[in-house]
Design a protein. Structure first.
Length: 463
């Protein structure tokens, strides 16, 4: 996509894209391309990993997005250390922070896949007595190769060394810590440390806090200067305890904040999941057309208007517009993105993250990216403001950008007027395939998709 965005410092400065390496598809002609999954093997050509992320880095830099999380940052199958250095170095040259995904007790450790000293699987093969255990004393995960008990001195030393190596070896700007979604560990060494933890803290929050504390301690001196984030897998709203809920993706944090928030380093950044806090049926875009902060956006029992974050540094992770949501990977999620940015800003968060895996050549997701860029900078702007400022950069004028936003809202509501159709016909009719430039071609792709959207004849976002 060709455009130039003039951006001030964002109102939500610690915003970033979240990705898996295997399903980040900005190079579209690789036979190993995948659209979904977790724990997937990397099947694309090794150089595609570098090219996918070079393109995403360029796009993030153009949008004013601070960072990119990469789960699978280090794999033998896409070039290991050398390829990761190429990606991280290129991003650093563009002032974009690469944030490797690191599993502190699950999800591979620092080196996600390969026979490397800092691969979690290798560590567990060499130390089978340090595997995470279920309530029956059996190792968790396939063949006991996934989960580690975080309470042994050998493991703590290994974790510190692996994180120190990661930051010495690569020009990265942060890290995204996970410990395995809502897991618990019944290893005697872990349970022995439970006595020193607040007794009313939920078990999985204790396990998170224990594993994150050890990882963040290794980064203590770096934390003021990096995006040192850790996942809770929950919202920061109050409700039933997680053990009483059937779907963690829409869970609250329970009846009170987890104890780890007062135990982990103050400069670390808590990543809350916003996916279940925003409206599950998004507000119509018409609600935001002329009002960037409509009352309807705050009439949400899952996210009360007065709710604030409960720790110093927080960001939010939104799954809408991905395989992990009912608003899927190739769908337009502008309303949810706008809502998340507005509500996050009002609640005191410092950033929002969305998935960055789909190429911007897919028009619905291009609109998602553009909306994300706009609303992390100006979260209280209206949809018209988005059109006048950001869509104008693509469509060539503030007038066309504003009208496009208006017609998009009308299409979302099923209330397209004859004036809307006439405007679109004029824009499409003015495109000459025999005498045009690349910018005009890109503009036409946006108009063509919107026409298909209006006609309910959309089968793809690529034109």
């Amino acid at each position: 996509m060709l455009f130039t965005l003039d951006r001030p410092k964002p109102a939500l400065p610690n915003s970033y894209f979240w990705t898996w390496d295997h399903s980040t598809n900005w190079m579209l002609d690789d036979p190993g391309l995948q659209n979904s999954g977790c724990y997937n093997a990397y099947l694309k050509h090794p150089d595609t990993f570098v090219q996918d992320y070079r393109r995403l880095v360029d796009f993030a830099a153009a949008l004013g997005v601070k960072g990119i999380v990469i789960w699978g940052f280090l794999r033998d199958s896409h070039g290991g250390v050398d390829a990761a250095k190429r990606v991280a170095g290129y991003a650093a040259s563009k002032n974009v922070s690469i944030m490797p995904g690191v599993g502190t007790t699950w999800y591979g450790g620092v080196y996600y896949e390969g026979d490397h000293p800092y691969s979690l699987r290798r560590f567990l093969r060499e130390h089978p007595d340090m595997r995470m255990l279920d309530e029956y004393g059996h190792p968790r995960g396939e063949n006991g190769e996934y989960g580690a008990c975080p309470a042994t001195p050998e493991y703590r030393q290994w974790l510190r060394e692996s994180l120190s190596w990661l930051f010495r070896e690569f020009e990265i700007g942060g890290v995204n810590l996970e410990n395995g979604d809502l897991l618990t560990d019944y290893h005697p060494a872990t349970q022995a440390l439970r006595a020193d933890w607040p007794p009313d803290d939920q078990e999985f929050f204790f396990f998170q806090g224990l594993s994150y504390r050890q990882a963040l301690a290794a980064l203590q001196d770096r934390l003021p200067h990096i995006l040192g984030t850790y996942a809770t897998y929950t919202g920061f709203n109050f409700g039933r305890d997680i053990r009483d809920q059937s779907d963690y993706s829409i869970s609250s944090m329970g009846s009170k904040p987890p104890a780890m928030l007062s135990i982990l380093p103050e400069e670390s950044i808590c990543q809350w999941t916003l996916s279940g806090m925003v409206f599950q049926r998004p507000l119509p875009l018409m609600a935001y057309l002329d009002d960037g902060a409509p009352q309807a956006a705050f009439d949400n029992p899952a996210w009360p208007a007065e709710l604030k974050t409960v720790n110093k540094h927080s960001v939010g992770f939104l799954h809408q517009g991905s395989q992990w949501s009912h608003i899927g990977r190739y769908e337009c999620a502008v309303s949810s993105i706008k809502e998340a940015c507005l509500r996050a800003f009002r609640s005191g968060l410092e950033g929002v993250s969305i998935h960055g895996e789909v190429t911007s050549q897919h028009i619905p997701y291009a609109l998602n990216y553009l909306a994300f860029s706009h609303f992390i900078h100006w979260p209280e702007d209206s949809l018209r403001d988005f059109g006048r400022v950001t869509l104008a950069s693509v469509l060539g004028s503030a007038v066309d950008g504003e009208v496009y936003a208006e017609v998009l809202a009308h299409a979302d509501a099923g209330e397209v007027t004859e004036a809307d159709r006439k405007w679109l016909r004029e824009r499409l009719g003015g495109y000459n395939t025999f005498n045009t430039d690349l910018q005009a071609f890109q503009r036409n792709r946006f108009y063509l998709w919107l026409q298909q959207r209006i006609d309910r004849n959309e089968v793809t976002g690529f034109f």
